[in-house]
Design a protein. Sequence first.
Length: 442
Amino acid sequence: MGLYDLARQRAAAGRPVRVGLIGAGKFGSMFLNQAPTMPGIEIAAIGDLDPERARRACRTVGWDEARIVRTEFLASGAELCARPNVEVVVEATGAPPAGIAHARAAIAQAKHIVMVNVEADVLAGPLLAEEARSKGVVYSLAYGDQPALTCELVDWARACGFEVVAAGKGTKYLPAYHAVTPDDVWAHYGLTPEEAKRGGMNPQMFNSFLDGTKSAIEMAAIANATGLDVPGDGLGFPPCGVDDLPQILRAAAAGGLLERDGMVEVVSCLERDGRPVFRDLRWGVYVVLKAPNDYACNCFREYGLKTDPSGWYATMYKPYHLIGLELGISVLSAALRREPTGQPQSWRGDVVAIAKRDLRAGDILDGEGGYTVWGKLVPAARSLAEDALPIGLAHKVPLVRDVAAGRIVRWADVAVPDSEAVRVRREMERRFAPAHTALAAQ
């Protein structure tokens, strides 16, 4: 039975899936917009540091006053997780420490947790997912965001019996973007600072999309959920349109650009000289698959799939993603099927802090999309072997040693205060360290 029918049954029984949303930003607001039209889902509570801002968000997306009045607004995510009438918690703050704390609070209260906060998932997701499983609840990536949508394509391909050669998403990328700061981000989006401010856009958040950090985080989440590998020295961001995916995103030994088959990668909608890529995948996700035999290879041709010249490699893709407008799929899947829409199973990829410029002892790191560091995807084994500081902990921490531009920031370079997030991360490293970590250190 489909989710729609299951949701209608819950609605007809007077037992809608009651949701607590933490974080009423853009992603959360898009979900709030859909709530009145989704059968079987009811927003029981909204947690935000500024409850009045959350009420304004509800009005902005069209909620009437009656719906606002019957919804509880809280300034504490922990309090929301403790509410007995909340069945599923959606964590949409974007702050890694807050995300870890809220996920653990929800799990402790035996509530399903949908993790919009992919930054927190990449910092400690394998451990959080294990804790959820031990409590009999679901920990899930958020449908509508690109990691969950990519995981769905990978699952589809594998369930059909295909080998997954590559998977990932599209974005806008040029190498120079790694050095962009919030001061000059808007020019790359074709906006003036005044236009962005009127639109309520956060320059640091948008810069994390541009400087490569968000792409690294999302690919780490996909690798950890699917078991795909990550590039040894970061994403390549090759310019590539949808028609060329099966040719470019295959192993170098087969004529492609990947180190080997079975990897994550992000493709750029811009050629390196800034020209637009033909039929780009800027907003979408993809999977490249390989036929298991001659018969399947012939079927690719007979049914019009775009393939590489050999005909053995083909691609399936979704050209768009709708962020919070699709989030209800995760909520319903967790509550009604007890299935995640993507969940970390192992620790394959990590996102480490890289200096954007020459940094000096005493400088304060400012995290994703800021002025000091950007996030680079590396294998988890390399991250451990090089003692790399994860980007999710590079927030408001002082450097104790100089770090040259382009170099990895290491734990020994910073004074990181003790916190729940640090302790959870260290426990995740101990529990999920890749078996070949020792080899990587040699």
